[in-house]
Design a binder for this molecule. Structure first.
Ligand SMILES: [Zn+2]
Length: 303
């Protein structure tokens, strides 16, 4: 194994860091070992890069059904794969997964090829459901699923005891901010999840991407509040842009989620979905109106 592969041990949990400490498309996989059973949480491309013989486990737990979180699950063909029941359709078939993203062609077909070729998508019609509140007892070590929707419908955190770890998956505390750009994403559910996340007491807060593991609630809340503030910042920038009337196509081209120079195959549909969610809220609240069909305008001066 190359020394480039970082790992961190916290009690029963081994964090296997991905390339660039798990920056997308890479990610950080957790191996949790109890007296009776072991599980892998979110097998990533980083796990794949470590070679064909990953740490043996009895089951694979997924925080949600996204390409980077199941990219290494194919290394475990003989054990149960578990997802929150709401995300289960995404792993049962490629069509189910592509419906979750909700991209239209030509992005849909290009992305369908990428999730197979790059992220090793492997349909598992026999994947097993879990629900929020379910507890997996590994023998002296427990993993509790905490339903935390918004990013996807079934997105979950996992609380691992007795080590005092909350694994936050894609509430990844990055400066990019919350991702709610899929058909199955929901802005208001995400905001409720972030409010719930503020109440979680733990010693360690682990994320799937490059922020890694934070030690202590103060460091966690600092990051969480900055992460949460990205939502209001996008909305503020949208309102300012709508000081002049614009169409949704123009909003998509302007870019509020990604930077204009970011070359990302799914950037347009993600901008469209994300900013549609903001626009719907602003229309509902009367902060934006539609003076002519398809053109949106802030109803009062914004800076
Ligand atoms: Zn995700």
């Amino acid at each position: 194994m190359s020394p480039a592969f970082e790992q961190q041990q916290i009690g029963a949990v081994t964090v296997l860091y991905g390339e660039r400490r798990g920056r997308y498309p890479h990610g950080n996989t957790l191996i949790v070992r109890g007296r009776d059973q072991s599980v892998a949480i979110d097998p990533s491309l980083g796990l794949v890069a470590r070679g064909p013989n990953p740490p043996p486990v009895d089951a694979v737990l997924h925080s949600h059904c996204h390409e980077d979180h199941f990219a290494g699950s194919f290394l475990y063909p003989g054990v149960p794969w578990r997802f929150h029941e709401a995300d289960l359709p995404g792993i049962r078939s490629l069509d189910g997964l592509l419906a979750l993203y909700g991209y239209a062609d030509p992005v849909r077909s290009a992305w369908g090829k990428a999730v197979v070729d790059v992220f090793h998508f492997t349909p598992r019609p026999d994947a097993q459901p879990f629900r929020g509140g379910d507890v997996f007892d590994l023998g002296g070590v427990t993993i509790e699923a905490i339903h935390a929707p918004g990013h996807t419908r079934g997105h979950c955190f996992f609380r691992i005891e007795p080590d005092g770890i909350v694994y936050l998956a894609d509430v990844d505390l990055s400066s990019f901010g919350p991702y709610y750009g899929d058909h199955w994403s929901d802005l208001e559910a995400f905001e409720q999840t972030l409010a719930m996340a503020r109440t979680l007491d733990a010693r360690y807060y682990a994320t799937f991407h490059h922020i890694g593991v934070l030690d202590g609630k103060a460091a966690y809340l600092d990051r969480l509040d900055r992460f949460t503030a990205v939502i209001a910042d996008r909305e503020r920038r949208l309102l300012a842009y709508l000081a002049e009337p614009h169409t949704l196509d123009e909003i998509v081209q302007h870019r509020f989620v990604y930077r204009p120079q970011d070359q990302i195959v799914f950037a347009d549909p993600v901008e469209r979905r994300s900013m549609s969610l903001h626009l719907a809220r602003l229309l509902r609240d009367g902060r934006v109106d539609e003076p002519e069909p398809g053109r949106y305008h802030a109803t009062r001066a914004c800076s």
